[in-house]
Design a protein around this ligand. Structure first.
Ligand code: URA
Length: 213
């Protein structure tokens, strides 16, 4: 994918998008939220993480993943060799559902225009989905997170790594080690992606397949 827009334009586009998301009234969640949570991170992030929806703390602070799940997510990223400020973090739904209920299909549909525009500006090399709603949006129905966690595939034109939501590990201690292991394999995946990109540039076959990782 080629990026032919100047850096200052991409930052300006992301700032403009942020303002539009903050003013969004596309679904009923705008009536109960404190504020929308557009997401945060650099406009040229190579990796985008997509969670489910803001919770209590995110709704209050206007930032994604700042509660208990977020604190652990920062540690998980470090296990994967990543700093939180080098990735872009957002959610499928940008406003908090009341009582942290699951987002409704119509709320996901109303909100997807924002994610599509974030993807178009940032053009990440790797998407990490956190939980089943985000996985479903990228990969379609039918996947079971218990079967595909920690695996990468191509979907919607992106490389998508499907991960358990960090809250799952906080609620179920037996999943913690599995989630940590999944994140610790990110550097190997990035290596393979870099090799595949280099091979593609030279017109060579891709080498190691994502499905084998
Ligand atoms: N859970 C999510 O899915 N997103 C957040 O921003 C916080 C908790």
């Amino acid at each position: 994918m080629t990026i032919d827009t100047a850096p200052q334009d991409r930052q300006a586009q992301l700032d403009q998008l942020r303002a539009e998301i903050q003013a969004c009234t596309r679904c009923m969640l705008h009536q109960t939220r404190t504020q929308a949570v557009p997401g945060e991170g650099p406009f040229d992030a190579k990796i985008m993480l997509v969670g489910e929806a803001p919770g209590y703390n995110e709704d209050k602070q206007g930032k994604p993943f700042v509660g208990a799940s977020g604190k652990w997510l920062t540690e998980l990223l470090a296990l994967g060799g990543l700093q939180r400020d080098e990735v872009f973090i957002t959610n499928i739904v940008k406003s908090r559902p009341p009582d942290n209920r699951d987002p409704l299909p119509e709320e996901i549909t109303a909100c997807e225009v924002w994610l599509e525009r974030q993807l178009a500006i940032i053009q990440p090399r790797l998407i990490i989905t956190l939980g089943r709603h985000s996985m479903g949006w990228f990969c379609g129905p039918g996947l079971k997170i218990t079967q595909v966690h920690g695996r990468a595939r191509r979907a919607r034109g992106y490389v998508v790594l499907t991960m358990f939501h960090p809250a799952a590990g906080l609620h179920n201690q037996s999943l913690k080690a599995t989630i940590e292991e999944d994140f610790s394999r990110i550097p190997r995946l990035l290596e393979v992606l870099a090799q595949q990109e280099a091979a593609a540039k030279k017109g060579e076959p891709p080498g190691e397949q994502l499905s084998l990782l």
